[in-house]
Design a protein around this ligand. Structure first.
Ligand code: CUA
Length: 181
């Protein structure tokens, strides 16, 4: 009985049966396989992008985003007049998550490579790029950098997929990929 102390106080020294050893071995090996897949998906999975992470502050990050908007804004979009920016191909581009929007709208060129910086100025948000199904957790104080080369023109939606309060379901953004050729 589990509720009474074991009669033999050295119960852990009792020999294991062969079948038990086999199962412990199988479980251990399976654990290694699962661990291996975590590493493996890093290279073969499309969802698990290799990103770089740097320390930042909400203010420092917001300054960089605003500087990019000031320099590269080409128009406004939607009822709320979200700025649309078209940065120089090959440059560093920024997208900011905050209650409750992904800001600003980016317009990128097809087959050009960008360093996409993501951060939050308040709390944790999720960057989910659809229909690509790329998912990144975004935290304040950290600058997540993805090196991306969009290979298909079109309109991509950014959806927040970490619950972040009453306006969570409205927290969306957009990336346009345009073909300049
Ligand atoms: Cu941001 Cu949910």
């Amino acid at each position: 009985m589990a509720i009474s102390p074991p009669e033999n106080k050295l119960w852990w020294k009792e020999p294991m049966s062969g079948i038990e050893i086999t199962w412990v071995g199988i479980a251990f090996l399976w654990g290694l396989v699962m661990f291996g897949t975590m590493v493996g998906w890093h290279f073969v999975g499309k969802q698990n992008l290799s990103n770089e992470t740097y320390r930042t502050t909400p203010d420092a990050f917001a300054d960089k985003v605003e500087a990019m908007v000031e320099r590269f804004q080409v128009r406004e979009e939607g009822d709320t007049g979200v700025p649309v920016v078209h940065p120089t191909p090959g440059s560093d581009v920024y997208m900011l998550g905050r209650l409750w929007e992904w800001w600003p709208v980016l317009e990128l060129e097809k087959d050009q490579t960008y360093r996409l910086h993501l951060s939050s100025t308040d709390w944790q948000h999720g960057f989910s790029l659809q229909p690509q199904n790329i998912n990144i957790q975004v935290h304040p104080g950290y600058d997540f950098v993805l090196t991306i080369t969009p290979d298909k023109a079109g309109e991509y939606a950014v959806v927040c997929n970490e619950f972040c309060g009453i306006g969570h379901h409205t927290m969306v953004g957009k990336i346009h990929v345009v073909d300049k050729k």
